[in-house]
Design a protein around this ligand. Sequence first.
Ligand code: PMP
Length: 412
Amino acid sequence: MDNKTNQWREDFPILNQKVNDENLVYLDNAATTQKPQAIINDIDKFYQHDNANVHRGVHTLAERSTEQFEAARVKIQKFINAQHSDEIIYTKGTTDALNIIARSFGEENIHEGDEIVISYLEHHSNLIPWQQLAIKKHATLKYIELDKDGFVDLEDAKKKITDKTKIVSIAHVSNVLGVINPVKELASLAHMHGAVMVVDGAQSVPHMPVDVQDLDCDFLAFSGHKMLGPTGIGVLYGKEALLNAMPPVDYGGEMINFVHLYETSWNDLPWKFEAGTPNIAGAIVLGDAVDYLEKIGMQNIFDYENKLVAYVLPKLLKIDDLIVYGPHDPKKHTSVISFNLKDLHPHDLATGLDMEGVAVRAGHHCAQPLMGYLGVNATARASFYFYNTVEDADTLVKSIVATKEFFKNGTV
Ligand code: PMP
């Protein structure tokens, strides 16, 4: 499992560079992933050969782009095992998808006195849409507690989810603590009480097999750029019956059936939710990213990342003065690892690591309520993907120790 045996790494040209005279070690994959050469080529290919607007033309290029755009939808459908391709709505990303659910399903179904249940570990994009909806509708927003390892606590969920609950919305994998939450069990709890289950899949879909029928979630949101694709493209999955009953949120071209002077009828799914010219190249290339990931196999990616975590987490836990958040048992931890060095601001830690060529993120990770829950303002976060190696893990550990020494002694 070193650089020489990781056959995927060489597909990623960006990784082959020096930063501050050191080999780049890219460990900011939870923020965005790098793109393999094949994906970069596919973007080029689309604009060099096939570029045309979708759905509206009968000419050859329009047919080609439309065909690829809709074929990508079917690839994505199969990737998450959705029943129908019209359950796949193209969005700008996870944030956009979650806002669509709040503004469409939420606006229609949340009334005064209803309850929306989320948890303390949610990313702001799975928090603010529900918070604002609750304020607008005079509904109640409830937070499920976390257990001692940082998982959304099922026992507390059983208390918080009641017959008043209309929506439960939870991150499948935390972008800070690296825990995999029990979303299947939460979906079943939500359904027992007549609520819908929304899953924020931003950190799960790129890293593990996700099967919406198995989870029985009602909605799933994820972003293309966290799974080798470009920015500005993502997915909202919803069960067909729910999406059919929901009103559109954006109005304009593509999303209509007939427009009369004083009324309009809506297009069928999925186009009802795709007003205007979509991110055509983004959608097509996201389909190509799915092909790339499936060639490796999502279970293989999950297993490989688990091995990296089993290797690096015990080493991190051994560093004096390093506080690691989330579970300390590697079996409970995915490849997102947050930590702080005692008495050092995480930005200083991240700057020190950058001097060693190691890219990690520092900040509140768009999860300020979770930072409050952990009793910190910010953390540093290393997040791995399948192109990272044991050597990357060793460099991270070595660089944390070097940064610690530097700030302690003023020298490395
Ligand atoms: N949810 C989680 C758990 C995330 O990690 C992120 C991205 N950091 C988002 C939502 C938002 O994704 P995007 O910015 O791509 O919309």
